[in-house]
Design a protein around this ligand. Structure first.
Ligand code: F1P
Length: 345
């Protein structure tokens, strides 16, 4: 089997999993509406690695679209330091815990849910790609997106499928039903992106003159920048780091050389500020790649409102990491030192 076969298949077939995600949310609309009608003091998203980064973006999106206090923490932190997420060790007010896990069996995530339930903190919503795993058994309500299952260690279509589900959830919880229907355009737009920018992703991935890559994103895009950073690390063993856009000037900028690439996940609302950072790093000799709805290196041209477009930043960056891994003679299906599920005894 060709090197990286599973990773390539999973990246380039992912829009089927996006559609599955939308179908799963739709089929659970009633119990989800009832859940969101409950008065929660906060919505807490937890996950590990990729799914923690997903939680970061999900919390920003949820707060933006529902005006409910939302935040994210690594599952391991909720397990080891529950005081981070609770007030004086007991959840004074109800919390909705959203536990995100591709496998549904990562030990830290299970322990975090157990710790939360021991505090009688509220309700647990699980979002996963595998049925019948411990997480589904522990949750009050589970969304299982089976088309997001994958054989590769590094998450690609699994991550994107859960991200689409969360975008739909946030719109549902926020009562934004017209925009919820617009999400049905995402798979078609994603398919166009994968076809149109396959060669750009390969070109950037095969540029081995680049020896470090910084991913910049703000708001809902920071968690996505973290995930793109992790993909590039896991698949291609490249030194990468994510930053909020304006933070890059406060020190990390000192690392920019002519062998540096800076990838900007541009927003609409703060485009001018973000673009200036990219212009500054280019003036220092770095190569800059921008992704946005329009006027960028990668243009989504979706016609969708900004909060609906988060998933569109992922496919080209996943493909770039895949091509860089192959160019370095690595095995993206099975990154060294990693397993697809972290199980602690
Ligand atoms: C999460 C995880 C990530 C890691 C890699 C494999 O597992 O272990 O921590 O970055 O992507 O998946 P899960 O709880 O989402 O199954």
């Amino acid at each position: 089997m060709k090197q990286g076969y599973h990773t390539r298949t999973e990246i380039f077939s992912q829009t089927e999993a996006w559609t599955n995600a939308l179908d799963v949310v739709e089929s659970h609309r009633q119990p989800l509406v009832s859940l969101f009608q409950q008065e929660f003091f906060q919505v807490l998203f937890v996950g590990c690695g990729s799914t923690y980064y997903l939680s970061l973006s999900a919390a920003a999106l949820f707060q933006d679209l529902t005006a409910r206090f939302s935040r994210a923490t690594p599952a391991g932190e909720l397990w080891m330091n529950p005081q981070f997420a609770t007030l004086n060790g007991s959840l004074r007010q109800k919390t909705l815990l959203v536990a995100i896990s591709r496998s549904g069996s990562t030990t830290e995530t299970m322990r975090a849910v157990e710790a939360f339930k021991a505090l009688e903190g509220g309700s647990v919503l699980a979002i996963t790609n595998y049925p019948g795993q411990p997480l589904v058994e522990m949750a009050d309500l589970s969304l299982v997106i089976e088309k997001g299952q994958e054989l590769s260690v590094a998450q690609t279509r699994s991550f994107a499928s859960i991200y689409v589900a969360i975008t739909a959830l946030a719109l549902l919880a926020g009562g934004r039903y017209a925009e919820l229907n617009q999400l049905r355009r995402l798979p078609e737009v994603g398919e166009q992106l994968l076809q149109k920018y396959d060669s750009l992703a390969r070109q950037w991935g095969e540029d081995l003159s680049i020896d470090r890559i910084y991913f910049l994103g703000s708001g809902i895009r920071y968690g996505l920048a973290c995930e793109a950073n992790l993909k590039m690390k896991e698949m291609s063993l490249t030194h990468t780091e994510p930053f909020h856009f304006l933070e890059f000037r406060h020190g990390p900028k000192s690392m920019v050389t002519d062998t540096t690439a800076v990838v900007g996940l541009l927003s609409d609302s703060n485009r001018a500020h973000e673009q200036r950072v990219l212009e500054e790093v280019e003036a220092l000799g770095a190569k800059a790649l921008s992704l946005a709805e329009a006027n960028a290196s990668v243009n989504f041209a979706s016609g969708l409102p900004e909060p609906l477009r988060g998933v569109l930043y992922l496919p080209v960056l996943q493909a770039m990491a895949y091509f860089r891994a192959l160019a370095k003679g690595l095995h993206p299906d099975q990154p060294i030192n990693l397993t697809s599920v972290v199980v602690l005894d």
